[in-house]
Design a protein around this ligand. Structure first.
Ligand SMILES: [Zn+2]
Length: 238
């Protein structure tokens, strides 16, 4: 039998359960911040605050099994490439970006999980001048090309999270699609953006103001991440 006793049971997911082993790093990106408010609901809810509130919940849920890191921990601005570079610099295993959308049609509703559209013209996204990375080899790859090899895994991650949403009655209106998302372009790891609803829709704004609803979102996103790592091919050796 090929069972190796290294202190961990090999069938458990990648997140380390050994106290003295480094945990898998997951970067959680709360969209917007500072002068960049994002969408605003008719009741005054501001996207940058909701994204941070949810990201903090996700981080708390992930902490026992992973090393989650936020791109921003307060109300300040970071540009898109700084956010992605941060994930690369920290050698994150996953990058999860959180947004809450707005639409000119107030009836638009639902959760959208997006992965990078491989057919979009990524050449329009230039290499950030201050790109830093711990992995020197990675720096030889063009920023625009970086995420292309990760898209299959990003779709898999998106499916894992979508499945959990779909099993939750409150979150069952959701979709998984590809989008030309600049924030994912340079990510050197599986990455998705989750738009948790539309602040332009008064009913959804009300939901997003509710802490219990945010807790449900955080729970299913976290479990979806667990599901992704439970798959043997996504097991990351510690
Ligand atoms: Zn947004």
């Amino acid at each position: 039998m090929l069972i190796l006793f290294t202190g961990c049971i090999f069938m458990l997911p990648a997140p380390s359960i050994c106290e003295n082993q480094p945990k898998t790093i997951i970067v959680v990106n709360p969209g917007h911040g500072g002068h960049d408010l994002g969408a605003r609901g008719t009741d005054g809810t501001i996207e940058k605050n909701i994204t941070l509130a949810l990201a903090n919940r996700i981080v708390e849920n992930l902490k026992p099994r992973y090393q989650p890191i936020l791109t921003r921990t307060g109300d300040y601005y970071l540009n898109i490439t700084e956010r992605t570079s941060f994930a690369n610099y920290n050698k994150a295993a996953l990058f999860v970006s959180i947004h809450a959308g707005g639409n000119y049609d107030f009836r638009t509703s639902g959760i959208t999980i997006s992965y990078l559209d491989n057919t979009s013209n990524l050449n329009t996204f230039s290499q950030p001048p201050s790109l830093k990375n711990k992995n020197d080899g990675y720096m030889n790859i063009l920023w625009n090309e970086t995420h292309k090899n990760q898209i299959t895994k990003s779709i898999e991650l998106g499916k894992c999270i979508q499945k959990r949403f779909s099993q939750n009655r409150q979150l069952s209106k959701n979709r998984l699609l590809s989008s030309p998302l600049r924030v994912l372009t340079g990510a050197n790891m599986p990455a998705v953006m989750i738009e948790i609803g539309y602040l332009s829709n008064p009913i959804e704004e009300k939901k997003l103001q509710n802490n219990d609803y945010l807790a449900e979102l955080a729970k299913e996103i976290t479990t979806g991440i667990d599901d992704f790592f439970m798959k043997a091919e996504n097991h990351i050796p510690q």
